[in-house]
Design a protein around this ligand. Structure first.
Ligand code: SF4
Ligand code: SF4
Length: 820
């Protein structure tokens, strides 16, 4: 008897079992569209019908439903060929490793980033399914027509309910296993490892998007999709307090650390149910810090994850609640120093505390207070939230908690300092600690430059409590109280309507240079100021600036005579808009917003067609991401995902710590080409975007490089002018001279800003051998060295403005359907 499931594999029978979908007068054989149709026929049918007759006639459709890494190799090879991966040797690795080994490590790091986000998303999804059922609808609000775009681009379907989310997340889990096998046991080429790393990056966005969507659709996180566009300019309002000075320490204070917001959500539910809103402080650090204000406007963001220890050293919390987290210190020991109690939430946060999940909240409370336990571990978020509230109130009522160390008491300990300067040697910011021992204001100055990493205390042979001294000096001089700012809470997705407006500003015309996304977690002295200054620089030049993750709190700290930065710029996704997407998972709105750009500009729906969407974005949309601060595995994964979407990433400061880059070579003319999408002719184009993942050291370099990376070969005239002016202004301002290649982006004198047109035309003549007549370019020097009139130059160099073009041979329109 033949096995039934394999019947369709038999020769002859295959023809009879053809899966044909009719679209208009076209018939599409799904077996030719999808590599393996089994189990995904329904998805493929939907997509082909949605695509419509015209598209089906234009290109041979190819769908990567529930894509594996190699399914998208078509696009990855375009990228990796143009931007060959470059590796810097890894610190602590004594020998230069061969390239494929470095690529393997790169894949391992990206997988770790994906895995960290995945474990959180899985916990959240399982909890949501248990609480709301599999049929719980995913409704993104009336302003968002197309939900979960990161997900649909890889899977081919939108997640309409939690069951769909489960299917998508299970796909990501299976993919991770496949990638891990290669990452730890594979012997592959550099390109094969990097294709997989790009895939892990893309999956990271899917996973973050699932978590983010559950937050908005099940836990009432602020979601712009629920608001009409008329409200976007000031929505949500600038009312969220940021900084340690914002905390009223006469009230019970709970501080949440880590990635998981569930205990905080239930704490807030309890607070609201008991009418305690004005009687208790609910604060957060890092990812959860940015989540809380999206469902509770009384929530306060204290600092970024990398500076978390600052909060306990300041003695701010009565109770700390920690979920699985990026903390790199012993939270229980730190809490003990200031008599705070710890509630460790979840199965992954051990910390050596007793698991009391089976006991009643009141029993645990009594036990902790009467026996002065350091804390407990709880795996049920409702219980963790309620316990945190009750514990904080009880601790405050008891009233004998040790507050900050008093500077006078610490002086005696400081006297042990023997000026060996071991602490200075290990300090990442080289603070002259020993010299400040007797000087309160010098210690307070160190506070400004201290990230509370603890290296100095660990290394001190005399056991001087250096961080306590620094913190006490900050409290004594009023610095702690002064650490108080305002921001907007995260708003969630950008709508299609906003992209429609943005299209006029940065694609069709207008004077906006593009969209700048700043993400990351500042981990060095002055990082807040630098992040804010980068944002302000681009805002003043008409860009749309978005922030996500901890950098939103950094930007919040910027103020001048006109107020806080968030007060000075509108919250809408338009030119001169400053959008806070939200905490870490909200980074998934960056590519999703840009996929909406593809949707609005081209009509391509992002569904199982990665190559087509990325090809469109890469060559047209002036979008850059600045990744600032800690080079964590999550950031590694996020960078890979953005690059695969066609979005260049600038990484800094000290970007060399990132270990792997995708750099283009502007001088290698063989790399810079596109196909005329109608005739199929291969044409040389401008070398842009010049890099896809590039390190910088300073904020000035980041600004100038970001401006340069806004160039796109298919940009229309006004956007070309805007991006060239952004680059020229930045280079001139920061480095005193223009870049050595700005002339490669000029195709008409009208693309030179009127204020510097005469100067640049003179440079074209004197330095590049172009023929100039008055204020007009008469003949241009082609990269081949030939001098030619502008008509010929534009024919030979670059794509005609407005012409459909592509980097992928498959996407050249079919000869008989070239009506685009
Ligand atoms: S805790 Fe502060 S002073 Fe000490 S090593 Fe770290 S940054 Fe330097
Ligand atoms: S390591 Fe300790 S003893 Fe040495 S200079 Fe620093 S504080 Fe003083």
């Amino acid at each position: 008897m033949k096995p039934e499931g394999f019947a369709t594999l038999r020769a002859g029978e295959k023809e009879a079992n053809k899966k044909i979908v009719k679209v208009g007068d076209c018939e599409v054989d799904l077996e030719e569209v999808v590599r393996d149709l089994r189990g995904v026929e329904d998805i493929a049918t939907d997509i082909i019908k949605e695509m419509g007759e015209r598209r089906v006639k234009q290109w041979k459709p190819k769908l990567n439903i529930l894509a594996h890494a190699s399914d998208i190799a078509e696009w990855d090879s375009v990228l990796l060929n143009r931007y060959h991966p470059l590796y810097t040797s890894i610190p602590s690795t004594p020998t230069i490793m061969e390239e494929s080994n470095q690529a393997k490590l790169s894949l391992q790091d990206t997988c770790k980033g994906l895995f960290k986000q995945l474990t959180f998303a899985r916990d959240l999804l399982d909890f949501a399914i248990k609480s709301f059922g599999r049929n719980r609808e995913i409704d993104m609000g009336s302003s968002i027509t197309y939900p979960t775009m990161n997900t649909s681009l890889l899977t081919g379907f939108y997640t309409k309910n939690l069951d769909d989310m489960d299917r998508a997340l299970s796909y990501a889990e299976a993919q991770l296993l496949e990638l891990l096998l290669a990452a730890y046991f594979g012997a592959e080429t550099v390109v094969e490892f990097e294709e997989k790393a790009l895939h892990a990056g893309a999956l990271t966005f899917l996973v973050m998007e699932i978590a983010e969507t559950i937050k908005m659709c099940c836990f009432e996180f602020f979601n712009a999709g629920n608001h009409p566009a008329t409200e976007y300019s000031d929505s949500p309002p600038v009312e969220i307090e940021v900084g340690m000075g914002a905390v009223d320490r006469t009230r019970p204070v709970i501080v949440f650390f880590g990635n998981n917001f569930l205990p905080a959500w239930f704490a807030v539910e309890h607070v609201k149910a008991k009418g305690l809103e004005d009687a208790i402080e609910i604060c957060g650090v890092g990812a959860v810090g940015h989540d809380i204000p999206r469902f509770y406007k009384g929530g306060k963001v204290l600092t970024s994850a990398v500076k978390a220890r600052k909060v306990t050293r300041a003695g701010i919390p009565d109770v700390v609640v920690a979920s699985e987290t990026c903390l790199e210190f012993d939270l229980v020991a730190e809490a003990k120093r200031v008599d705070a109690k710890v509630v460790a939430y979840g199965y992954k946060a051990g910390s050596g505390l007793e698991d009391r999940s089976d006991d009643s909240v009141d029993d645990i409370l009594k036990n902790v207070m009467e026996n002065d336990l350091p804390g407990v571990r709880i795996t049920i978020p409702e219980k963790a939230g309620e316990l945190a509230v009750k514990l904080a109130i009880a601790i405050k009522q008891k009233g004998n908690r040790k507050e900050n160390y008093l500077l006078s008491e610490l002086k005696e300990e400081a006297s042990r300092c023997n000026s060996c300067d071991v602490c200075v040697d290990v300090c990442p910011n080289k603070q002259t600690i020993s010299k400040a021992m007797d000087d309160v204001s010098a210690l307070a100055d160190i506070y400004d430059n201290c990230i509370f990493c603890g290296e100095c205390e660990r290394a001190c042979p005399e056991g001087v409590p250096i961080m306590d001294l620094i913190m006490s000096a900050a409290a004594t001089t009023g610095k702690l109280k002064g650490d108080k700012y305002l921001m907007r809470a995260g708003r969630g997705p950008m709508s299609e309507l906003e992209w429609r407006d943005l299209t006029f500003g940065i694609i069709l015309g207008g004077n906006g240079p593009g969209m700048i996304n700043i993400i990351g977690c500042g981990n060095y002295p002055g990082s807040e100021r630098e992040v804010a200054e980068m944002a302000r620089y681009f805002l003043e030049r008409n860009a749309l600036v978005t922030v996500s993750g901890c950098v939103a709190a950094d930007v919040a700290k910027y103020f001048d005579e006109n107020g806080f930065l968030f007060e000075q710029y509108i919250a809408a996704g338009v030119l001169k808009g400053l959008v806070n997407f939200g905490g870490c998972t909200a980074i998934s709105h960056v590519p999703a917003a840009i996929y909406r750009g593809a949707l609005v500009g081209s009509g391509y729906t992002p569904k199982a067609n990665w190559t087509q969407i990325a090809d469109y974005l890469y060559a047209r949309l002036p979008v850059v991401t600045i990744m600032w601060g800690a080079a964590t595995e999550e950031m590694y994964a996020v960078a890979a995902g953005l690059v695969r979407s066609g979005i260049p990433v600038v990484i800094g400061p000290s970007g060399f710590k990132f270990k792997r880059y995708f750099l283009g070579d502007k001088d290698d003319r063989s790399k810079w080409w596109m196909y005329d999408g109608v005739t199929g002719e291969k044409k040389e184009v401008e070398p842009c975007p010049m890099h896809m993942l590039v390190p910088v050291d300073t904020k000035e370099e980041a600004i100038a490089m970001s401006a340069k990376l806004l160039h796109r070969p298919l940009a229309l005239r006004d956007p070309r002018l805007a991006s060239l002016e952004a680059e020229n202004e930045a280079y001139k301002n920061f480095f005193g001279e223009y870049s050595d290649d700005w002339h490669l982006y000029v195709r008409s004198e009208q693309e030179l800003h009127v204020m510097r047109r005469a100067e640049l035309l003179r440079k074209l003549r004197q330095e590049h051998g172009w023929e100039i007549e008055g204020m007009k370019i008469k003949r241009a020097r082609h990269r081949s060295g030939e001098l030619m009139d502008m008509q010929e130059y534009n024919k030979r160099y670059g794509i005609q403005l407005g012409r459909y073009s592509t980097l992928v041979p498959r996407l050249i329109t079919r000869k008989d359907n070239n009506d685009t």
